[in-house]
Design a protein around this ligand. Structure first.
Ligand code: HEC
Length: 472
């Protein structure tokens, strides 16, 4: 909360991160799984002297490099850009905690790009052994960068003993690291297989040759599916209690989890019984269908992975509304707006009459403001305390979520927000600020669609006449 707010209308900024990150993951996982499969299959084709397979692998590699390097790099930078704007505190914390992690990540990232280009551009110009080695350098460095980034993202869900000892390796090897490495590695192989299916079914003309590729790739996919299932089970076992509760309790997460499960099962059944054991089904239509299921599974699982951390961005450490967990007592005491190094001058510049002798906001003077000014300050509170999870209109839109709520319910829902819903952070302002935020919510809320229709109209009118408060 020491930075200006960033409100993304309709969507909320975290949803924007989720969209960019999910698209990034579609490609980043292909970069890892594809790297391993391409290195292994190239080495095998050399050994068995299969010229036609080598030719195909080369044409796939070209498609692969274009997609992963160009698109992967652009969306990767996009993630940094959006997380920095949306969650500056959590981003700052991750940078500080993982300085060496990021440094390692960049080393392997550079190795990855250089070896990918060498693998492609030196195709046919190097002896087989050197060429295969470069392929493996690519595959392994891509996988290690997956391991490093997984250590960091899994830390956000289960920081483990880091909270007490503040050690880098405790943060990195947290309870979710191994489960998520399994799940991501498996998912990468699975997703890469789907890309190869799609590409080869369009590119390859000979049926018999295509069938050979299909069977080889289906083996990788089946192996990937097994790793994903092991990882998924371990992930669930190691979830914090609030995340398990959210998985059970939130309807949207129920639907997403079912989608992940069903889509993965469909892909697995087709891969195993159709492509590996069966007569072979590979055609552009079949590949496209499986691809859609695969994208659905990966996309939904990314959303679930992000959603179950609430109310935290970094579990037990940084709250969704941009303050450290251990700051809440202080923000409540001095006032949320007084605490922020940006909110205080921002508010005082607009309302200098609120200034006290210490250059802070004197909340006793707030009562003298008129309704519009109160609403204005309430809006600032909303933008800092709520906008990370709620839009005004749109995703989790407070305007319609509080439809027809009387003032006292709104105020209670603010003061007791963490008790009302365990996935919301505790109210971190003082009593006056809760009043101001209530004013703002009253100013935007929609009327009750049934009660406000007829005889009950009176109560809403009564409600809005009290809106002005004591000073109008
Ligand atoms: C860390 C995320 C997070 C923050 C921060 C947050 N909320 Fe929520 N809130 C949620 C979630 C998740 C729900 C359930 C949303 C849904 O069902 O779409 C929710 C639900 C609500 C509801 C509906 C409650 C109900 O039972 O119908 C209201 C009202 C609400 N929040 C107000 C606020 C206000 C006001 C703030 C700021 C002071 C706030 N929230 C901050 C996550 C958050």
């Amino acid at each position: 909360m020491h930075y200006p707010w960033w409100y993304v209308g309709g969507l909320t900024a975290p949803m924007l991160i989720a969209l960019i990150a999910t698209v990034h993951v579609f490609v980043a996982m292909y970069a890892v799984g594809g790297g391993i499969i391409l290195a292994a299959e190239t080495s095998r084709a050399y050994k068995e002297n299969q010229r036609d397979v080598l030719d195909y692998l080369r044409s796939h590699l070209k498609f692969f490099i274009w997609l992963t390097v160009v698109f992967g790099a652009i969306t990767g930078v996009g993630i940094w850009w959006t997380i920095g704007l949306t969650s500056p505190l959590a981003t700052e914390a991750l940078i500080h905690i993982f300085v060496f992690g990021w440094a390692m990540e960049w080393v392997f990232f550079i190795l990855e790009i250089v070896s990918a280009f060498m693998f492609f551009y030196y195709w046919g110009k190097l002896d087989q052994k050197t060429h295969t080695t470069i392929g493996w350098i690519y595959g392994l460095s891509a996988w290690i960068s997956l391991v490093i980034i997984t250590g960091i993202t899994s830390f956000m869900l289960t920081p483990g003993s880091f909270i007490e000892n503040k050690q880098f390796w405790s943060a990195f090897f947290n309870p979710q690291t191994i489960p998520q490495i399994f799940a991501r590695t498996g998912g990468s192989l699975l997703l890469a297989s789907l890309y190869i299916f799609l590409h080869s079914s369009i590119k390859i003309k000979g049926q018999e040759f295509l069938r050979g590729i299909e069977r080889r790739i289906a083996k990788w996919a089946t192996f990937g599916a097994v790793l994903t299932i092991i990882g998924g089970v371990l992930w669930y076992v190691n979830l914090p209690e609030s995340s398990k509760a959210a998985l059970e309790g939130a309807a949207s997460l129920n639907i997403l989890m079912t989608l992940v499960f069903l889509a993965t099962a469909v892909v697995f059944i087709f891969f195993y019984f159709g492509s590996l054991r069966g007569k072979g089904l590979l055609s552009p239509g079949y590949a496209a269908l499986l691809f859609i299921f695969g994208i659905l599974a990966v996309g939904s699982s990314e959303f679930v992975r992000e959603a179950v951390r609430k109310p935290f961005i970094i579990y037990d450490y940084v709250y969704g509304h941009q303050i450290f967990k251990n700051e809440v007592n202080e923000t409540k005491k001095v006032g949320f707006l007084n605490y922020g190094s940006w909110t205080r001058p921002y508010t005082l510049k607009k309302f200098p009459q609120l200034k006290d002798e210490n250059n802070s906001i004197d909340f006793n003077k707030v009562d003298k403001l008129n309704w519009n000014d109160k609403v204005e300050i309430g809006k600032t509170l909303f933008m800092y305390h709520c906008n990370d999870c709620h839009a005004v209109i749109g995703v989790s839109g407070v305007q319609s979520m509080t439809r027809g709520w009387p003032r006292d319910i709104i105020k209670t829902s603010i003061l007791e927000m963490d008790k009302m819903h365990y996935f919301m952070p505790p109210w971190s302002g003082n009593e006056n600020e809760a009043e101001l935020l209530t004013d703002y919510i009253q100013s935007i809320q929609l009327h009750h669609p049934i009660l406000s229709r007829s005889g009950e109209k009176k109560s809403t009118q009564l409600n809005s006449s009290t809106k002005g408060g004591s000073n109008e």
